[in-house]
Design a binder for this molecule. Structure first.
Ligand code: SAM
Length: 284
């Protein structure tokens, strides 16, 4: 159901954008851009879920580790890697508390998955753990929800969409006007409803998903606390329909850097997704 609900995403374009940002924003990427290409040598994806971005990066030649808290998601990611004949290391772990035997050129968290960290301490703890697993000169790209959807009266993106996936009609409602953000905790309890219709009939999944909205300032401050240099700031806040890297500030060379990509095509006012079927393009 999760994959059907998220089938609108253009994973190939999103991975293209990740590669471009890696080349542009990281010391490692800048060193190899124009030479061997911009595919990072090694990638760690947090909260990877079914790991579509990890799998695409593996397909392009990166050595990839996908980490997730859900055993079912880990099984799904492993199965997909096996099905596609790809090498993918899948780790069942909490992104706040893990130790891996390697460090990575690029770390990523897609689809606003940091929304599952509810408290500032959770975010700082995660970023410290992430920083310890990124090589000097590496980069951590975080895809975040666009603040306009939370901080303005009129959200820019829709919380409801339809897709056709291999003959199945999928209707998704993810949050919406009735799901108000708590102004103190910045948590929204998002009411999710996914309906799938196919030849066998119709089935519906409903759920309530807590979503913690993180501001740019919070993420930047937490990244600095965690020892990531050059924590970025949104560069494309006013350009809906694109994913964009955040502008980076000068920092010590040789240290890992954090950049947050703000999904301005976020279709769901209160959902975990950053872009949707009508406008899921990525650009740098
Ligand atoms: C909305 S899904 C997104 C999956 C994936 N990032 C994507 O782009 O499709 C959020 C994922 O975060 C995972 N997750 C939630 N809390 C986590 C934590 N503390 N550590 C690791 N994974 C976590 C969930 O198991 C789920 O697979």
């Amino acid at each position: 159901m999760y994959e059907l609900a998220c089938a609108y995403r253009d994973v190939l374009s999103e991975v293209d954008a990740l590669e471009r940002w890696f080349a542009r924003l990281s010391d490692l990427g800048a060193a190899c851009a124009g030479g061997a290409g911009t595919v990072p040598g090694s990638v760690l994806e947090f909260a990877a879920g079914p790991a579509d971005h990890s799998l695409e990066l593996a397909r392009r030649g990166a050595s990839v580790t996908a980490l997730d808290l859900s055993p079912a998601m880990c099984v799904r990611a492993r199965d997909k890697a096996q099905r596609d004949g790809l090498r993918l290391d899948v780790v069942h772990a909490d992104m706040r508390d893990f130790t891996l035997p390697a460090r990575f050129d690029l770390a990523i968290t897609m689809l606003n998955s940091l929304c599952h960290l509810m408290e500032l301490d959770d975010l700082v703890t995660h970023l410290k753990a992430a920083a310890a697993h990124i090589v000097p000169g590496g980069l951590y790209i975080i895809e975040l929800a666009h603040p306009a959807d939370f901080l303005t009266m009129v959200p820019r993106t829709s919380s409801e969409w339809d897709t056709d996936v291999d003959g199945r009609q999928v209707h998704v409602r993810w949050g919406g006007a009735d799901d108000a953000i708590d102004p103190v905790t910045q948590v929204t309890r998002e009411h999710v409803r996914v309906t799938v219709r196919d030849a066998a009939g119709s089935r519906t999944l409903t759920d309530v998903v807590p979503n913690r909205f993180w501001t740019r300032t919070e993420v930047t401050a937490a990244a600095r606390l965690a020892g990531l240099s050059r924590a970025g700031a949104p560069a494309n806040a006013g350009r809906p329909g694109r994913l964009g890297p955040v502008a980076d500030h000068a920092g010590r060379s040789g240290s890992a850097r954090a950049a947050a990509a703000v999904g301005t095509a976020r279709l769901h006012r209160t959902g975990a997704n950053l872009c949707g079927p009508a406008s899921c393009r990525t650009g740098a």
